[in-house]
Design a protein around this ligand. Structure first.
Ligand code: ATP
Ligand code: SF4
Ligand code: MG
Length: 325
């Protein structure tokens, strides 16, 4: 498998009133070409922060980033703003949690898709024809009319289709999809997923799929990283995570999944609350909710445990999890 994106100990601290908030800590993972890699975790665990760090879209002067973000072997942190501009949209596309944030309100949606196409020296007329074709591909109702509509004139589902149309028009090597289906009804959700799969199958596009929805993960992902309070606590293939979870948090999540609903289960809540990310000390961040907590967990960061080449987790437990259940 050929490596496309590799995060190496990525940490992001936001500057907040009275100090820093540790939104992402020491996150490392690799996404190979053509792979669908899911990131799951509760609200606020740092998923969007990772996505935004990759494309350097974090609010400026408000954060400290440490670690490396390798894309095709080159560290994006070393890129100038201009070099990064070349990568955005063309090599790495992003579907945002809220498409209204990323669509320009004063241009028609068709124009915004055409703009990207014209960067490849395509004539205006040809670009417009392609926009209509792509709108039909993404099943935009009334494609010609919608291309001439402004973002606020479209429904949430239509706006997501515009975002996906933008992606398809550029055939990026990596598509970052941040909760692409949260606000959508199930039929549209299914269509959008099938478009994402098509992108992968036809163009070998890798996808970083950020979601709360384990059903989606089971359905489309190859690999999964489970995040908790800014850290990846476990990662592996879908099989590793669903059928052989090791980290206590992942195990609780899997237990909480309704029986039939590896196909439709949303992330369940579990007892206790997430630590305040402004007050984090050394030790396991899951310590106050973990049924297996030991003294060492409260003072020492857990190291990485390797289960197989594809599967690893971060915890102080030494294989006694099953016995304690
Ligand atoms: P959700 O599932 O709700 O989208 P998320 O996993 O994407 O959540 P992030 O948006 O990455 O989480 O946020 C991670 C943490 O960083 C949260 O505690 C959040 O409050 C905080 N945070 C996010 N953006 C900023 C910012 N610009 N300034 C300060 N703190 C921020
Ligand atoms: Fe639980 Fe300790 Fe493992 Fe954290 S390190 S998940 S507190 S056993
Ligand atoms: Mg988010």
């Amino acid at each position: 498998d050929e490596e496309l994106l590799a995060l190496n100990k990525l940490s992001v601290d936001y500057k907040v009133k009275g100090g820093y908030l540790s939104a992402v800590k020491n996150v490392s993972f690799t996404i190979n070409k053509g792979e669908i890699f899911a990131i799951v975790g509760e609200s606020g665990c740092g998923k969007s922060t990772i996505a935004h760090s990759i494309l350097r879209l974090l609010p400026e002067h408000n954060e400290i980033i440490k670690g490396n973000i390798f894309f095709n072997g080159e560290d994006l942190n070393d890129y100038t703003e201009k070099q990064l501009e070349e990568i955005r949209g063309r090599e790495i596309g992003m579907i945002f949690q809220n498409p209204l944030d990323s669509l320009n309100p004063v241009y028609t949606t068709g124009f915004q898709v055409a703009e990207g196409i014209m960067l490849d020296n395509v004539s205006k007329e040809e670009a417009w024809n392609r926009v209509i074709k792509i709108y039909n591909d993404v099943k935009m109702p009334d494609a010609k009319k919608r291309a001439l509509s402004f973002p606020h004139e479209l429904s949430g589902g239509m706006r997501q289709r515009v975002m996906i149309a933008m992606m398809i028009s550029r055939t990026p090597q990596l598509l970052i999809a941040d909760e692409p289906t949260t606000a959508l009804d199930v039929t549209i959700e299914a269509q959008i997923l099938s478009i994402i799969k098509t992108l992968r199958d036809e163009f070998n596009t890798a996808v970083m799929l950020i979601t709360h929805n384990f059903g989606l993960v089971a359905e489309v992902a190859d690999k999964v990283a489970v995040m908790y309070a800014g850290e990846v606590v476990e990662q592996g293939t879908v099989f590793d995570i669903f059928d052989n979870p090791k980290h206590p948090y992942t195990r609780l999540l899997m237990k909480a999944l309704p029986r039939r609903a590896k196909s439709e289960g949303r992330l369940q809540t579990i007892d206790g609350s997430v630590p305040r990310l402004t007050e984090i000390k050394s030790g396991c961040r899951f310590e106050n909710r973990c049924p297996f907590v030991m003294d060492i967990c409260k003072s020492k960061d857990p190291g990485r445990k390797v289960v197989t080449e594809s599967h690893s987790f971060y915890c102080h437990l030494e294989g006694e999890v099953r016995n304690n259940e």
